[in-house]
Design a protein around this ligand. Structure first.
Ligand SMILES: *Cc1c(COP(=O)(O)O)cnc(C)c1O
Length: 395
């Protein structure tokens, strides 16, 4: 039985009549740019996350760019971001002429390593961008304390983590800004591109609002050079239909992750990552060797509520591509998020060498990871099939 990595239709088609009604409403009032459904969707996201301000924007990438612009990041400024993340985190920094300085990541949760971040702070460092990767929050207490100590701004890249929690606090609401993405593969997946910028700071929210419309207020009077960072009214109207069901979507992913974990742990050579090994890869290596581990399952820290945008295995012993080939041959969807760390991307080869050092754990993880289907509508039979095909490979 083939199992796709993601099936957007399984979530969207049951909503067809409600989505069509939302479209009809926007069609008839005709306010396609910044119409009433945009403001409604912003209020709904603010209510769900507890953020004081929410601005609908054109994408998660533009949310990051807008946040950096509103924080006045200038050419030559340094911004810390993890080496192991999607490109947009660092791309937004680079587009402003600022320098992304790459930090290594935790070998348990794959998020920014605060000790490495501390080592890489210089007189030019202005901000840091922790990414809440795969649906799990980074070590925010430590990162916020570090930022406070050095006077750095914090932008949380929560593109993969809207609704995730850290010690009861919502992803995206702990720093100066938080950014979400509604790209179709994200947990709140839209019908095209879209994103959201959130903040609890009134002045920053106001500045970002102005920058979202070319830096003009009122219209045609430009105090700043902004951009067109708006999200379509129609996209907002459609996403409101899905936001109502978001708690259920998250619960389904969490059920799938728990089910995979229970089933996979019964297989020889499969272990779950141990939160105690956070930040100490040598201890982790010794423990994995002692257990004859071949596959390491992801884990949620007890203080986090993980929303499982990805369920990402680590395949040890240079065997990742072998497992991937086996899954592909058996028609099980899978993908590598991410095969090349950002410090090794060609477009950053001209950055100062000091911004691209010491990301050894990221390099290893990039060679070991493999994400398997985790979307909410997976059936029990599909989950069993994925596990059976992995068992076949282990045998
Ligand atoms: C998807 C993603 C983005 C970019 O979001 P888009 O809406 O696709 O522009 C940024 N950062 C991370 C970590 C992402 O996963």
């Amino acid at each position: 039985m083939p199992v796709p990595l993601l099936d957007v239709n399984a979530q969207n088609l049951p909503l067809e009549s409600e989505l069509q009604a939302a479209f009809t409403q926007v069609l008839h009032h005709g306010r396609f740019i910044m119409g009433p459904e945009m403001e409604a969707f912003e209020r709904e996201v603010a209510a769900m996350t507890g953020a004081k301000h929410a601005l609908a924007v054109s994408s998660g990438t533009d949310a990051l760019l807008l946040a950096l612009m509103a924080l006045d990041i200038q050419p030559g400024d340094e911004v810390l971001c993890p080496a192991f993340t999607f490109f947009a985190t660092a791309g937004a920094v680079s587009r402003l002429g600022a320098v992304p300085v790459f930090t290594d990541v935790c070998p348990v949760c794959f998020n920014m390593d605060v000790n490495d971040a501390r080592r890489k702070i210089t007189a030019k460092t202005k901000a840091l961008i922790p990414v809440h990767l795969f649906g799990q929050c980074a070590d925010m207490d430590a990162l916020l304390a570090l930022a406070k100590q050095y006077g750095l701004k914090v932008i949380e890249d929560a593109a993969q983590s809207i609704g995730a929690q850290y010690k009861g606090r919502q992803a995206g609401t702990m720093g100066d800004f938080g950014t979400y993405s509604f790209f179709p593969s994200k947990n709140l997946g839209g019908f095209g591109d879209g994103g959201m910028l959130v903040t609890n700071d009134d002045a920053l929210a106001e500045f970002a609002r102005v920058l979202r419309v070319h830096g003009s207020k009122p219209k045609y009077y430009h105090h700043y050079v902004g951009g067109n960072f708006r999200m379509d009214t129609l996209q907002c109207a459609l996403l409101s239909v899905k936001l109502k069901r978001y708690a259920q979507y998250t619960a389904e992913r969490q059920r799938n992750a728990a089910d995979y974990t229970a089933r996979l742990l019964k297989l020889p050579g499969v272990v779950q990552a141990d939160p105690a090994h956070c930040k100490c890869v040598a201890t982790q290596d010794a423990a994995l060797a002692a257990q004859d581990a071949r596959i390491v399952l992801p884990v949620s820290y007890a203080h986090n509520s993980h929303i499982w945008n990805q369920f990402t295995l680590r395949v040890l012993g240079s065997r990742r591509d072998s497992l991937r080939d086996h899954l592909v041959a058996k028609k099980i969807g899978c993908d590598i998020y991410y095969p090349v760390t950002l410090d090794q991307q060609q477009c950053f080869a001209n950055l100062p060498a000091a911004s691209r050092t010491g990301c050894d754990i990221s390099h290893r993880i990039a060679a070991e990871v493999l994400s398997i289907p985790i979307y909410g509508e997976l059936t029990e039979a599909q989950r069993a099939e994925v596990v059976a095909v992995i068992a076949e490979w282990l045998a």
